[in-house]
Design a protein around this ligand. Sequence first.
Ligand SMILES: [Zn+2]
Ligand SMILES: [Zn+2]
Length: 154
Amino acid sequence: MNVLAKCPKCDAGLPIDAADAPDAIKCGRCGRTIALHVTPALREDRAVDRCPVCDGADFYIRKDFDPKVGLAVVIVGALISGGFYWFGRDLIAYGILASAALIDLVVYGRLKDVTVCYRCHSEFRGSYARAAPAFDLHTADLLEVEYERRIGRR
Ligand SMILES: [Zn+2]
Ligand SMILES: [Zn+2]
């Protein structure tokens, strides 16, 4: 399983391979040492049961979507369609614009889910079975405040 650990101090994303994760890593941005408690389920890519960074056991699922990719498709589509529009081929122009939007939809639908830790926002990618519920704002508010108090941000 691939874990994107979030540094508690500076929020930098630190990619780790859970299969042979060390006991601690050092943040490349701020130099803070982050202790990792990787459970056997994480190592074997079976399930996300406990967060290795904050020890929390509350997670949610979201689409693993990179907004930059979606935006690039729309911009390229708009540029091409603008070219056709300029030469008076508006039907083709509208068609291209529509297909760019459609490609975005298809890409979005085929995306895998990523599991995210409510407290420290570490992300978990792999072939394990997704068991966490969808994002809940109320839970996030409670757990984030709890975590930030613990690490002394509030
Ligand atoms: Zn850091
Ligand atoms: Zn966490």
